[in-house]
Every structure is written in structure tokens, then in C-alpha cells.
Design a protein around this ligand. Structure first.
Ligand SMILES: Nc1ncnc2c1ncn2[C@@H]1O[C@H](COP(=O)(O)OP(=O)(O)O)[C@@H](O)[C@H]1O
Ligand SMILES: O=c1ccn([C@@H]2O[C@H](COP(=O)(O)OP(=O)(O)O)[C@@H](O)[C@H]2O)c(=O)[nH]1
Length: 232
């Protein structure tokens, strides 16, 4: 692994406090990212917004879908700024690039800019999802991962891989160590949305799903330890 696209869950940012952004969790993420960047691995990060707002869940409460999705995308910007601040606190250089124009919050995203920064040892945080409603940050990760020429999309989440069924609802579900894109799609395994899986499959970008909330796991997985599920 020389260049990675790391997807972080917005919901996981809530940490133990159960709402908003937990500073402890943010620092744990920042320390692990710094450790991996210190090994010379180029890192771009896409972070979700589920701890603050999800467009689809707003619809049931009377929000317009497009407005709700825009709120969700702005939520990812809030999380991205929080992560950048945490990275700076631990002494890791980082920069936020945004999918929609919102200077001076961040410079507009361009793949070439992201690559240039990564090559200079700067961790890039790509905020604002794809910039379009009806998408998710999983799809944004797939898209940006392909654009920046990542070797792998690392999906850091709160489960330790892909299971035969949602392990949070089905305790008897068993974990795959490796699975093909076609199998994930045919079995409709829901750890990522189909748009994201399809984009990775068509562009030959392997995915690794792993538990990001266990400290040290990011270093393990980037060091080649088989701790999650590989989709290829
Ligand atoms: N087959 C499956 N294997 C693993 N996780 C699954 C599966 N189906 C659904 N999930 C769920 O997907 C979630 C991981 O996706 P993630 O994007 O991090 O969550 P969220 O969108 O809620 O922030 C897990 O919390 C898990 O409950
Ligand atoms: O390209 C994108 C990415 C995200 N979103 C919105 O932003 C919200 C937060 O992102 P996501 O649910 O993917 O975050 P996560 O589940 O990873 O916390 C989504 O619900 C969508 O409403 C969007 O409209 N377009």
C-alpha cells in the first residue's frame, strides 16, 4: 500500500458521548493517521456526516431531500475541519479540499492538487462528499479513490468486516476474510451502498472493511495484517 483512500464514518465520531464530535475519538483517529503517514504512506480521507445529519432520515421529518442532502454534505465539512484540527494538534500536516466552492474554508478539490499534497507528505481531507445530492460518502470515497489512483479504499467502520448478514442485527452471522465484488452485489450485503461497490468494481479498486474504532487497527491493516474483509 503506497497510497490509500481512507473512509471514516461520521457516526463513529460520536465516540462514547453518543452525539456530535467526541474529541477523544478524533484524537485517536489523528494519532493513528499520523503514525501511518509517518511510514511514507500517502493518505486522502473522506469522512461521513451521519453524526450530524443524513439527508434520507430528514425526509421522514419533512425535509426536502435535496436540501437535506446538502445539509448532510455540509455536516461532512464540519467533521473534516474537526479532523484537520486534531491532525494539526498531533503535529500532522493536513489540508481540507472541498467538493463545492467554499473558500476560505477549504480549497476546491482537484485530483491533481490532492496528489501533489500527498506527495509532499500532507494528509488530504476531501470534504463535502461528491458535491451532489442522492449520493453518500461511501460513493464519494470510491470516486475520489479512483480519481487519485489509490491502491485501496480502506473503509474504517464500527464492525470488523463484511458478514453474511448485518452483525449488529444477526448475531449468528459469520465474517468473510475475502469476498468478490459480484458476491457482495448478488447477496446485497449492505456494509457499503451498491453505487460505491459498483464504482470500485468497474475501476478495479479493492476495498478493505475494518474496525477503525479499535486503536492500532489502521497501522495493522496498512502493515498487511488481515484484520478485516477484502473485496476484490
Ligand atoms: N453484511 C454486513 N456486514 C457488515 N456490516 C453490515 C452488513 N450489513 C449491514 N452492515 C452495517 O453496516 C454498518 C457499517 O457502515 P457505516 O457506513 O460505517 O455505517 P453508517 O452508515 O451507519 O455510519 C455497520 O454498522 C453494520 O451494522
Ligand atoms: O456525495 C454525497 C455525500 C453525502 N451526502 C449527504 O451527506 C449525508 C452524510 O453522509 P453519509 O451518510 O455517507 O455519512 P456516514 O454514514 O458515513 O456518517 C448523507 O446522508 C447525504 O445526505 C450527499 O448528499 N452527497
Amino acid at each position: 500500500m503506497k497510497r490509500i483512500l481512507l473512509k471514516l464514518s461520521g457516526e463513529s465520531l460520536q465516540g462514547e458521548q453518543g452525539y456530535g464530535i467526541c474529541p477523544v475519538r478524533l484524537t485517536q483517529y489523528a494519532e493513528q493517521i499520523k503514525a501511518v503517514a509517518g511510514k511514507g504512506i500517502e493518505i486522502s480521507i473522506v469522512i461521513g456526516g451521519g453524526n450530524i445529519f443524513r439527508g434520507l432520515s430528514g425526509v421522514g421529518k419533512g425535509f426536502d431531500r435535496v436540501k437535506g442532502d446538502q445539509m448532510g454534505m455540509l455536516a461532512t465539512v464540519i467533521n473534516s475541519l474537526g479532523l484537520q484540527s486534531a491532525l494539526e494538534s498531533v503535529g500532522q500536516k493536513s489540508k481540507v479540499l472541498t467538493s463545492i466552492n467554499m473558500s476560505p474554508v477549504g480549497e476546491i478539490y482537484q485530483a491533481a492538487k490532492a496528489i501533489e499534497l500527498m506527495q509532499a507528505g500532507v494528509v488530504v481531507i476531501i470534504a463535502g462528499g461528491t458535491g451532489n445530492p442522492f449520493f453518500t460518502t461511501d460513493t464519494a470515497s470510491a470516486l475520489r479513490g479512483v480519481e487519485i489512483g489509490a491502491d485501496v479504499l480502506l473503509k474504517g467502520t464500527r464492525v470488523d468486516g463484511i458478514y453474511t448478514a448485518d452483525p449488529e442485527k444477526e448475531p449468528t452471522a459469520t465474517k468473510f476474510s475475502t469476498i468478490s465484488f459480484t458476491e457482495v452485489i448478488e447477496k446485497r450485503l449492505k456494509v457499503m451502498d451498491l453505487t460505491a461497490f459498483t464504482m470500485c468494481m468497474e475501476n478495479h479498486l479493492p476495498i478493505m472493511v475494518f474496525d477503525m474504532d479499535t486503536y492500532g487497527n489502521l497501522e495493522k491493516i496498512t502493515g498487511g495484517e488481515e484484520i478485516g474483509t477484502i473485496v476484490k
